[in-house]
Design a protein around this ligand. Sequence first.
Ligand code: HPA
Length: 278
Amino acid sequence: MSNDAEAAVEVIQSRGASDPIEVAFVLGTGLGNMAEAIVNPVAIPYSELPGFPKLSISGHDGRLVLGKMEDTNVAVMQGRSHYYENGDPRAMNGPLETLAMLGAHTVILTASAGSVKHDFFPGGLMLVTDHVNFNGLNPLIGVASDGGFVSLTEAYDPRLNKRLKRAVIRAGVTLHEGVYMWFAGPSFETPAEIKMARALGADAVGMSIVPEVIIARRLGVRVAAVTLLTNFGAGFQGGNPSHSQTRDAAAQGAIGLRRLLRAFLRTKEEAWGAQQTT
Ligand code: HPA
């Protein structure tokens, strides 16, 4: 683990958040208000945490909030760093290492995304079942020894996905499932790129998640990712996304996402391969 992560853990523990974390959430643009549901929260601005991002994008709060939600010790990152902010695919390495050191065995990533599937309408939620790393960038490039050869065969943990799908009923939301394609951003895609994304098997496109999944898998942390579809991709069904549109749509859709994630915390892990009961 890096010195930054060790130093960040020290800061966090010195603020009284010393219980081991079970589940961590990374909240994307406009999705940060989920942390309001935390009981007895300890909130620490990223600026006080070594290795955490300096956020420059509107819609991101930039705080780590720790505490209890649905009887579970959680850590919530309100805002993330993106590759397009600094050209570094490892930008989320420090925070994810910190979460792993705090005990988080599970990370749930959230982000807004553009739909490239006709019946995945803006406002809907999509569980990411797999990704296409269209950038070809990898946060593990340069990792010494064999540690970089991380398997991504079940990168989006099937057991967590099963729990999220069970949570849907309680939360009263619809959850699509599909493949997420990572673009560097920050400009949105062209209509030709969106056509390509669809042809190559994508259901949604976005500017985050993928490097975080790769880093988390290297750390042995289980991952699931839920995207909020804020718009249709450029040129697709009339899609012409803008930052203000995606931010406003995220704020509206955040309510359903928050319900889903709280319902997820109430689901119990089933024995691997056991019959689904709810
Ligand atoms: N493209 C890339 N990222 C996004 C989009 C999009 O259309 N919408 C929200 N995030």
